[in-house]
Design a protein around this ligand. Structure first.
Ligand code: Z5A
Length: 216
């Protein structure tokens, strides 16, 4: 590969937040900005980060027909299986090539949605499952895009399509927000909280500024 920049050991940057917070928009924007600057970067997401296995797990997890049918306890192992596959087949190989991996959702989502909002697992269950799935791979930086769930839900209501999580009510999404607060308070990961209600151009500048501090 010629013509671009690799980092020495790769960089792992994650975007987290509630529904409609703007994670996908901002993470894709960062990936494109890095690529335009000449960095070898990769954009990926959870659930559904590879075609062979994760895509299939994603379909099971998000299928609206599974609302009220899928056992809440089945969700946690499925999200963690998706993560284990994603780490092994996509994230780790890209990092070992020196790429900057930009990922839409990772472990904090499981804590916020499954442990905290669904209340299906205790923190020590999450710790065990997640450490197994990630093989203790931690992000170098996580952007936590915080948003009032009413605003986030109103942004996503506009396309008329709803996956199983988007069918949950406002109370659920408020618990998710609280779950993120507790995760970032209690886990010693490097993170930056951004206000998802700000205009995109402002958020883009904040993301670039923080990201550039990490790039040698
Ligand atoms: N989930 C889980 O339960 N446990 C886990 O461990 C993991 C996931 C990994 C995946 O859904 C679902 O799985 C997710 C949590 C659960 N469900 N929920 N809710 P997904 O992958 O299909 O989607 P998502 O990750 O939830 O993303 P999203 O809700 O679709 O939206 P978003 O990525 O946060 O936002 P966006 O698509 O970038 O923006 C939404 C709209 O707002 C769009 O029209 C933008 O142009 C607009 N937007 C974005 N930012 C702004 C600003 N700043 N101003 C104005 N307008 C904006």
């Amino acid at each position: 590969m010629g013509g671009g920049y690799m980092t020495k050991n790769g960089l792992f940057i994650v975007f987290e937040g509630g529904e409609g917070s703007g994670k996908t928009t901002l993470s894709k924007w960062l990936y494109e900005w890095l690529s335009n600057q000449g960095y070898y970067a990769l954009w990926t997401k959870e659930p559904g980060g590879d075609q062979a296995v994760c895509d299939k797990i994603r379909k099971i997890l998000l299928d609206p027909a599974h609302k009220g049918v899928m056992s809440p306890r089945a969700e946690l192992p499925l999200f963690e299986a998706d993560r284990a596959q994603h780490v092994d087949s996509v994230i780790k190989p890209a990092l070992s090539e020196g790429k900057i991996v930009v990922c839409d959702r990772f472990s904090a989502s499981t804590f916020a949605y499954q442990c905290f909002a669904r209340k299906v697992c205790r923190t020590d269950d999450f710790d065990g499952w997640d450490a197994f799935a990630t093989n203790r791979l931690y992000p170098d930086l996580t952007f936590w895009i915080d948003i009032d769930p009413e605003l986030g839900m109103s942004r996503n209501a506009q396309d008329g399509k709803h996956d199983r999580f988007e069918l949950e009510d406002l109370e659920f999404h408020k618990r998710v927000r609280e779950g993120f607060e507790i995760f970032f308070r209690d886990y010693p990961w490097d993170w930056e909280k951004l206000d998802g209600s700000l205009p995109l151009e402002v958020l883009e500048r904040q993301v670039i500024e923080k990201t550039l501090r990490l790039i040698p």
